[in-house]
Write a protein that binds this ligand. Sequence first.
Ligand SMILES: NC(=O)C1=CN([C@@H]2O[C@H](COP(=O)(O)OP(=O)(O)OC[C@H]3O[C@@H](n4cnc5c(N)ncnc54)[C@H](O)[C@@H]3O)[C@@H](O)[C@H]2O)C=CC1
Ligand SMILES: O=C(CO)COP(=O)(O)O
Length: 329
Amino acid sequence: MKKIGVLGAGAWGTALATAAVRAGCDTVLWAREAEVAASINASHENTLFLKGVALPPALRATTDMADLGDCDAILIVSPAQHLRTMSAALAAHVRHGVPFVICSKGIEISSGKLLSDVVTETAPHNPPAVLSGPTFAAEVAQGLPCALTLACTDKAVGMALVEALGAPTFRLYYNEDIIGAQIGGAVKNVLAIATGIVAGLGIGENARAAVITRGLAEIVRFGELFGAQAETLMGLSGLGDLILTCSSTQSRNMSLGKAIGEGQTLESIMASRNSIAEGAHTVEIVYKIAQDNNLDMPITESVYHILKENRDVRSVTEALLARPFTDES
Ligand SMILES: NC(=O)C1=CN([C@@H]2O[C@H](COP(=O)(O)OP(=O)(O)OC[C@H]3O[C@@H](n4cnc5c(N)ncnc54)[C@H](O)[C@@H]3O)[C@@H](O)[C@H]2O)C=CC1
Ligand SMILES: O=C(CO)COP(=O)(O)O
């Protein structure tokens, strides 16, 4: 795999394209916005989504999806709710057999489907893989070290991707569990909003650790429903990403929760940003799936009540704390 296409030039797509260049791949980055492609090609900076980070001059950007037509693998890095449209459009341009590596984190709200199922439906001749882990885009783009899960049911394809994209500062661990690799990344964004709310309310570090740990129990329950492997949920794409995203306001999800905890409204926060906070969307479908399947996910429910039903942050938090005592397991 020598030529890599990256579909979506937000912060993460740009960082991943940079990592692919560093790994020695001929890399082309598709941007939805003409000004993003222009700024990457002219000044080696993504001034809209990753301002201030110098990008390698070898990275080429385009707005023409046909330019991805001869790629050996494509990383799809759109917001989760747009992945269906992106994957379908891409399938018209690339060869059969070229893997579609899902780098977005979320679950399709309209169908309740994992993104790998969305790829299988829209691009049946392109095997899905998943790249997920604890990775803030700005750090990856700067070449700071990180580790991620590369999941693919076909081990030969998965290992070829690991070999092509992996580097000392971009360590990839192969995993066959494509389902588990998607669950952690999707649900942790909801839990990061919850830890942000804890920070915004100023109720302490102990409370944050409690939310992370009890949040992990929610990820495990949710993952079991989909058939995820427990080891995957405890790995980089699960626990690893949960820890990172719930520990730093570099996370858009955590910072969104913090602003909510401080009294801002979801609408005003969204209006002030051009970046995606997937948890604010994912919460809707995780909540629905949990309700439909009688899953106990009280932290997710609380985030849903606050974000989607405009309930008062302090009274929802008090209700969460006042739940009956129960077994830890
Ligand atoms: N930023 C990060 O550190 C990481 C992000 N991710 C995931 O990557 C995905 C993309 O996030 P970012 O690159 O951070 O985005 P971003 O927040 O930096 O930029 C927004 C992106 O959304 C795209 N977009 C907006 N409207 C669209 C539409 N109608 N159709 C298609 N695309 C549209 C923009 O072109 C842009 O690429 C998300 O699922 C996110 O959870 C995963 C790991 C790390
Ligand atoms: O997924 C991420 C880190 O692994 C990025 O988190 P945010 O989308 O909350 O910034």
